[in-house]
Design a binder for this molecule. Structure first.
Ligand SMILES: Nc1nc2c(c(=O)[nH]1)N[C@H]1C(S)=C(S)[C@@H](COP(=O)(O)O)O[C@H]1N2
Ligand SMILES: [Mo]
Length: 183
């Protein structure tokens, strides 16, 4: 008698457990999926360093936060004051083992950096423009403006070239830093 009731209870629980699982799969699973429609269209907060470097990297905002942080006051392309926060491009290239300092000579002088953006925009820097052994000017990869993350149009990452009169190399929506070699 007791055993029969036990089996009945177990069966009931077994059935409702199965029902709960089906409902979970039906309603919860799509939102647990890897590619949620909202996040799939948003640009990924990571930067790739590829090409002729010793150590190609994919860096997240967390990785970048571990590098020495710099902040700079500039006027944007509309004459509006902005305080940008980020890291020197040189420290990113150094982490990816690009030739800098004493190693930036000989064949390495044919190397250049192509900054790629999500909209297909590209801009080039020669490595000596970025290397503290060559220049005191600091080109930055920033992910903060006036204490906030960058807007979707501007970020998540942007290049800032503080002393450049035109802003054509202030690349928005940076996705990849590629080291290429002149032929
Ligand atoms: N990804 C991307 N970055 C870009 C551009 C672009 O078309 N795409 N235009 C550049 C030019 S020519 C200028 S003058 C500045 C303008 O900066 P703003 O969009 O913040 O005003 O962005 C630069 N960065
Ligand atoms: Mo421009």
């Amino acid at each position: 008698m007791i055993i029969a009731r036990y089996h009945a209870t177990r069966r009931r629980w077994g059935q409702s457990g199965l029902l709960a699982l089906c409902l979970l799969m039906l309603f919860a699973a799509p939102s647990l999926g890897v590619e949620h429609p909202d996040t799939a269209s948003a640009p990924k907060a990571e930067v790739r360093i590829t090409g002729k470097v010793g150590q190609p990297l994919v860096l997240t905002e967390t990785d970048i936060a571990l590098l020495p942080q710099k902040s700079i006051d500039v006027s944007d392309d509309h004459g509006v004051h902005a305080n940008y926060r980020g890291v020197a491009l040189a420290s990113l290239l150094d982490r990816a083992k690009a030739p800098l300092g004493k190693d930036l000579r000989g064949r390495a002088m044919r190397l250049y950096l192509v900054v790629h953006a999500a909209d297909g925009y590209e801009a080039v820097f020669a490595l000596p423009e970025l290397d503290p052994a060559f220049t005191d000017k600091v080109v930055l990869l920033v992910n903060g403006r006036d204490g906030h993350s960058l807007s979707a149009e501007e970020g998540p990452f942007r290049i800032i070239v503080p002393d450049e009169k035109r802003h054509a190399r202030w690349v928005r929506q940076v996705t990849t830093l590629a080291i290429e070699e002149a032929q």
